[in-house]
Ligand binder design. Structure first.
Ligand code: BV8
Ligand code: ZN
Length: 252
């Protein structure tokens, strides 16, 4: 796998790098991407219908069961070579920020310290009444069938219903996360966009803001996306294969 010398040079000279990630960066950890078909009971829905306040209101046990199943899958998953290459890069450039749409913590577990979560964190549910964080009981290995309903727990402080700690469709992104992400992409000199379909707003605008602000931009994805026309280099392939080679060739 060879890369344009200008790409290698841009990466080598970058002082401030932003890595913008979507579900594809976790695909090789065995976590289904957001648009992969759902399984079991949830196969009657698509993710965009379930990831909404209306779905949780209508059937809390169906939605809470889906999130618990995903939370447990994420807890069992391991960072893959793509996450590890991004963590290695952080030690090689003077500033590297990860801006992720993902709700798993695989970037942190790979070793990245500066991670901005635009859409929340599946392991941090909270009470929808008093918003206190709710510590999820570890699943002590009890298997959960996919498609199983689970009644959401009650807040130990106020008895309110606990909800997943993610941003649903129709909900605003956390203001501080969005502000930090926007500032990062507008000031970086290189943005690498990894494993996103570029369909969800406002997150998908971030690589466009970076390009408009003059940053060099790279996309890594096996498939073309709407971001293809906005980025300078498109590297077609799985992140777990492309990123380690790219980092190895840049900082051999
Ligand atoms: C908001 C948490 C407004 C939940 C998520 C019409 C036009 C424009 C916008 C809208 C519209 N109608 C509605 C909207 C707004 C809506 C939206 O964007 N809808 C889309 C679907 C059209 N956005 C919102 O509602 C946002 N909020 O706008 O608020 C507002 C303003 C003021 C006041 C009130 C409200 C909130 C959006 C957040 C939704 N929550 N996640 C959960 O996870 O359950 S988003 C969800 O999608 C995930 O976080 C996921 O990360 C994200 C994006 O998907 P991707 O990460 O890109 O994943 P996907 O599966 O799509 O693609 C995977 C990619 O990886 C593919 O390209 C594939 O080729 C690639 N891949 C596969 N394998 C690999 C790989 N790449 C590399 N290596 C591999 N091995
Ligand atoms: Zn409460």
């Amino acid at each position: 796998m060879d890369f344009a010398p200008e790409l290698i040079q841009a990466l080598r000279e970058a002082r401030h790098v932003v890595v913008f990630t979507g579900a594809g960066v976790s695909a090789e950890s065995g976590i289904p991407t957001f648009r992969d078909a759902l399984s079991g009971l949830w196969s009657h829905f698509d993710a965009e219908q379930l990831a909404t306040p209306e779905a949780f209101e209508a059937d809390p046990a169906l939605v809470w069961g889906w999130y618990e199943w995903r939370r447990r899958a994420a807890a069992r998953a391991q960072p893959n070579p793509a996450h590890l290459a991004i963590a290695r890069m952080a030690g090689l450039v003077s500033q590297l920020q990860v801006v992720t749409q993902n709700v798993d913590d695989l970037h942190e577990r790979a070793g990245n310290a500066d991670v901005i979560h635009l859409h929340g964190n599946i392991a941090q549910p909270y009470c929808q009444r008093c918003r206190r964080p709710h510590a999820v009981a570890s699943d002590n290995g009890t298997e959960m069938g996919d498609g199983q309903r689970l009644t959401p727990p009650r807040c130990t402080a106020c008895g309110g219903t606990v909800r997943p700690g993610v941003v649903w469709f129709g909900e605003s992104l956390p203001q501080d996360a969005w502000n930090s992400a926007e500032a990062a992409v507008r000031s970086c000199d290189l943005l690498v966009c990894v494993g996103t379909s570029g369909l969800v707003q406002p997150a998908a605008m971030l690589p466009v803001f970076a390009a408009r602000a003059g940053a060099a931009t790279i996309q890594i994805n096996p498939d073309p996306t709407p971001l293809n026309e906005h980025v300078r280099w498109n590297l077609q392939g799985p992140a777990g294969k492309v990123l380690p080679v790219l980092v190895g060739q840049t900082w051999a």
